[in-house]
Design a protein around this ligand. Structure first.
Ligand code: C5P
Length: 236
């Protein structure tokens, strides 16, 4: 797989026009474009075809589905029909997606959002060992695979433990990436660099603001891809 196919750019904008402009600008450097809640809610599912027409080779639909199994299965089918290559969901039970044919769409289980730290987990009621993000991530990662996911979303700080637990085939997708060219953490708490995430065993990284808000987004994306290459070559 080419290094740029491991970079997922988050289209966190509220119009198809803006998203299409970003895809046209960045598609030479970025393999996967992520349609998240903001863009999907603003524009509806037709935005996937628009993003594809603008040049996206693959689409990650980040809807973070969370509902009873029958509803999750039906929504996953609909997302698949709209052409999502990757789709996120929260998995609370084993077997949610058992026997479901989603064609080329692969499911990713959200473990613990990268904006959450130990104090947030404690406030949510996770006590003792599970207030440690890594312990909860590992528990939820195993549950995601048992639910029928091809992989998980976690922070780069947990990527090595998740890779060791899930084996070489699982997708390990890491947001909360902050390249070392001075980007701010924004609302993210568990952050690592592209190099660190890849060296720890991530299969893909998700990057939004550090590229979108850079003075030169194309240059920033190229720097991230270089970070991916360096990380794949050895430990950070
Ligand atoms: O701008 P930034 O690089 O922080 O964007 C990260 C993207 O990854 C956002 O679109 C966010 O929704 C997504 N994401 C995340 N943490 C997760 C899952 C997805 O930050 N656990």
């Amino acid at each position: 797989m080419d290094a740029r196919d491991r970079l997922i750019f988050a289209l966190d904008v509220d119009s198809a026009e803006e998203a299409e402009g970003l895809v046209r600008l960045l598609s030479p450097a970025v393999g996967v474009f992520k349609v998240g809640l903001e863009l999907f809610t603003a524009e509806g599912p037709t935005v996937l075809a628009a993003v594809r027409r603008a040049g996206a080779r693959a689409i990650f639909l980040d809807l973070k589905l969370h509902d009873i199994p029958a509803t999750m299965r039906a929504a996953a089918k609909a997302a698949s029909a709209h052409g999502a290559d990757l789709l996120t969901c929260h998995c609370d039970q084993t077997g949610i997606f058992e026997g479901l044919d989603l064609g080329r769409t692969r499911l990713l289980g959200v473990t613990v959002l990268t904006s959450l730290g130990p104090e947030d987990l404690a406030a949510m009621g996770y006590l003792g060992e599970l207030a440690d993000p890594r312990a909860l991530v590992l528990k939820r990662a195993r549950l995601a695979l048992a639910a029928g996911c091809a992989g998980v979303v976690c922070s780069g700080a947990e990527a090595a433990a998740v890779r060791a637990a899930l084996g070489p085939e699982a997708l390990v997708v890491c947001p909360g990436i902050r390249p070392d060219f001075g980007a701010s953490a924004d609302d993210q708490k568990r952050i690592v660099t592209p190099q660190m995430a890849m060296a720890a065993g991530a299969s893909h990284i998700v990057v939004g603001r550090p590229i979108r808000k850079a003075q030169d987004p194309v240059k920033a994306a190229a720097a991230v891809v270089e970070g991916i290459r360096v990380g794949l070559a050895g430990p950070a």
